[in-house]
Design a protein around this ligand. Structure first.
Ligand code: PDD
Length: 286
């Protein structure tokens, strides 16, 4: 059976899920997106994703065409219509389709576009959770408002393609000698004295929902956390490294640019944080 997408008020088969060539998401990347995980048919940490959606659209003066409550209803309906057990719901809102290609915002009668679709992924049993992944480093060539979850992802497309070509699972982006974040994930290291380090939120990185939950869960368990930037050299001298995102949860990193991190295996703190996060995810799923 063909999968179902949501497009501006209708649930339609993927082959009929279409938007205009004049859509500003297509022409200008003038849009915002979110990705929420689904475990056993339920949305994970969705309140956090919807709060970030609201913030992102506010930062670009884009009005959501539906309330957050309604958006969650649509996400749930889509999960149901696709019989989705484990995977993700992708959501995108753009400034809509005007008549032509004017850079400035369209007049008030142009309605924002809202689309959603689902994809399947067994995040819990992904083999890389056990083996860990390699990452490569690339210069961070993105704009200065990375805190906005914009659909302008060309820099990340190129970074992640370079990673894929090198047989790596993620690219860590570097600015002024420090790691900003992964192409589609937050970056962490665990120092030799067991301090978990991740870059502080600001305009330089996306405030990851998984990052936020992991930092909170770790602090509640008296694990030591420092929110500050770190260098690749520090990461290579660390005991452990890992990434977080809605699409991997907590995922060990075992090598950077071909050089081993720690003992080259997923570390015990990474494993523990993954367990703690999955427990939190299950307990708070909606
Ligand atoms: N990416 N940093 C960047 C640049 C990201 O694109 C993402 C998420 C994250 C992690 O955020 P969260 O924990 O809220 O998923 C950090 C999604 C999964 C994506 O683009 O597919």
């Amino acid at each position: 059976m063909e999968k179902i997408a949501y497009v501006n008020g209708s649930f339609v088969p993927h082959s009929e899920a279409k938007v205009s060539v004049f859509d500003r998401g297509f022409l200008f990347a003038d849009g915002i997106y979110e990705v929420a995980a689904v475990l056993e048919g339920k949305l994970i940490d969705n309140a956090s994703h919807l709060a970030r959606l609201k913030r992102s659209v506010g930062e670009i003066q884009l009005a959501l065409p539906e309330t957050l409550e309604r958006i969650e209803e649509i996400q749930k309906e889509l999960v149901k219509r696709n019989d989705l057990v484990n995977g993700m719901v992708y959501l995108e809102v753009t400034r809509g389709a005007d008549k032509g290609r004017d850079f400035a915002f369209p007049k008030a009668d142009v309605k924002p576009t809202l689309v959603m679709f689902t994809s399947e992924k067994d995040i819990i049993n992904a083999p890389s959770a056990k083996t860990g992944i390699n990452v490569i480093t690339v210069p961070d060539i993105r704009w200065e408002r990375r805190d906005i979850k914009s659909v302008a992802l060309l820099a990340q497309v190129l970074a992640k393609q370079a990673a894929a070509a090198a047989g790596a699972g993620e690219a860590w982006m570097i600015e002024d000698g420090k790691v900003t974040e992964g192409g589609s994930s937050s970056s962490f290291i665990v120092t030799q004295d067991d301090v978990i380090v991740t870059r502080q939120n600001g305009n330089e990185i996306l405030p990851g929902c998984t990052r936020k939950a992991v930092v909170k869960l770790a602090a509640e368990r008296q694990l030591r956390i420092e929110e500050r930037a770190f260098t690749v050299e520090e990461a290579l001298a660390a005991k452990e490294a890992f990434i977080t995102s809605a699409s991997v949860f907590v995922q060990g990193v075992v090598a950077i640019d071909g050089k081993t991190v720690g003992n080259g295996k997923v570390g015990p703190i990474t494993d523990r944080l993954r367990e703690i996060y999955v427990e939190f995810a299950r307990a708070t799923a909606v």
